[in-house]
Design a protein around this ligand. Structure first.
Ligand SMILES: [Fe+2]
Ligand SMILES: [Fe+2]
Length: 303
């Protein structure tokens, strides 16, 4: 990449970061104040739109009573939210790595710090919501939980920000739908609304990092980056629902998880949630060999 292009890109990054800093100062939420934690759950209301529950449309779904469907939606939301905390903790580590080698006088580093502050509040908010409804923080499965520690070590460049975007944009699409759905618990809708608003800035920041990082990659690096981002995409879609959630409605976790992950309806939901980010990553050149097998397994691209 030429020196002139590098300078122009750095100026662009600074302008975007400065704009995001202004927007963060104008509009942000404090979940301690902005969520009414004293409000009890509304009897008979779902915790997510029914058609997004992982077993919807399967033979196991037909066996569940309306009360069990609500109970499953409760536990699935706790699984997604606790995975959200796990992702956010990894993301905070990635951002700290960037800040460690950056210049704190730049808007770029200052925005990275602001994003960490946002994610801190989000993780507290998700933790409080899970506790409020008396649910377990399922999180990812044990092995993945251990492997997650490696991502801040092996991840860098566009694959690192691409990974962040997969999580943020997939969750964003589910949360946008849930926040607008009047059949969903009001507190869950508020939590989703807060998250959607603040994540929009994170998405802008990360997308710019992907775009500016791509031209700097050598050919072997590009292959590694494509593989890594596909691996993360595949893990993300497989971990959102922890199999243990199915015990809450008396189902065998192994069988029910298998039914969900092979359900054309749930796979279509995941693909729908990933539409925007996959179009962006494809345009950026991050989707390709040697990652295609993993992408197909993730259901984020058509098989
Ligand atoms: Fe967040
Ligand atoms: Fe975020």
């Amino acid at each position: 990449m030429s020196r002139a292009l590098e300078v122009a890109q750095a100026a662009d990054r600074e302008r975007t970061a400065a704009r995001l800093l202004r927007s963060s100062a104008e509009k942000f939420y404090d979940p301690d104040v902005d969520v009414d934690w004293s409000a009890p759950p509304v009897e008979g209301m779902l915790y997510q739109p029914e058609h997004r529950i992982s077993l919807y449309g399967t033979y196991l779904w037909d066996r569940l009573t309306p009360e069990q469907r609500i109970e499953l939606s409760r536990h699935e939301v706790a699984s997604v939210a606790s995975n959200g905390v796990w992702f956010e903790v990894i993301l905070m580590q990635l951002l700290l790595k960037e800040i460690y080698r950056g210049d704190p006088t730049t808007s770029h580093v200052q925005y990275a710090l602001t994003e960490i502050a946002d994610e801190c509040r989000h993780s507290i908010m998700f933790g409080k919501a899970i506790a409020h409804f008396g649910l377990p923080a399922y999180g990812p499965r044990k092995l993945l939980h251990r492997l997650g520690k490696l991502l801040p070590v092996v991840g860098y460049g566009p694959a690192l920000y691409g990974s962040v975007l997969i999580v943020e944009e997939v969750l964003d699409r589910f949360q946008r739908e849930a926040m607008a759905d009047e059949n969903v618990q009001p507190m869950i809708r508020m939590v989703n609304r807060i998250h959607v608003l603040e994540e929009a800035r994170h998405v802008t920041f990360a997308r710019q990092e992907v775009a500016s990082g791509m031209p700097k990659l050598t050919k072997p690096e590009l292959a590694y980056q494509r593989w890594l981002v596909a691996l993360v995409g595949c893990q993300v879609t497989h971990t959102l629902i922890n199999p243990r959630v199915y015990r809450s409605v008396g189902l065998d976790p192994h069988e029910a998880y298998h039914v969900a992950m092979t359900s054309p309806h749930y796979q279509a939901s995941l693909r729908w949630a990933g539409e925007r980010i996959m179009a962006f990553l494809s345009d950026a050149g991050l989707v390709g060999a040697p990652g295609m097998h993993l992408w197909r397994k993730s259901f984020l691209v058509a098989a």
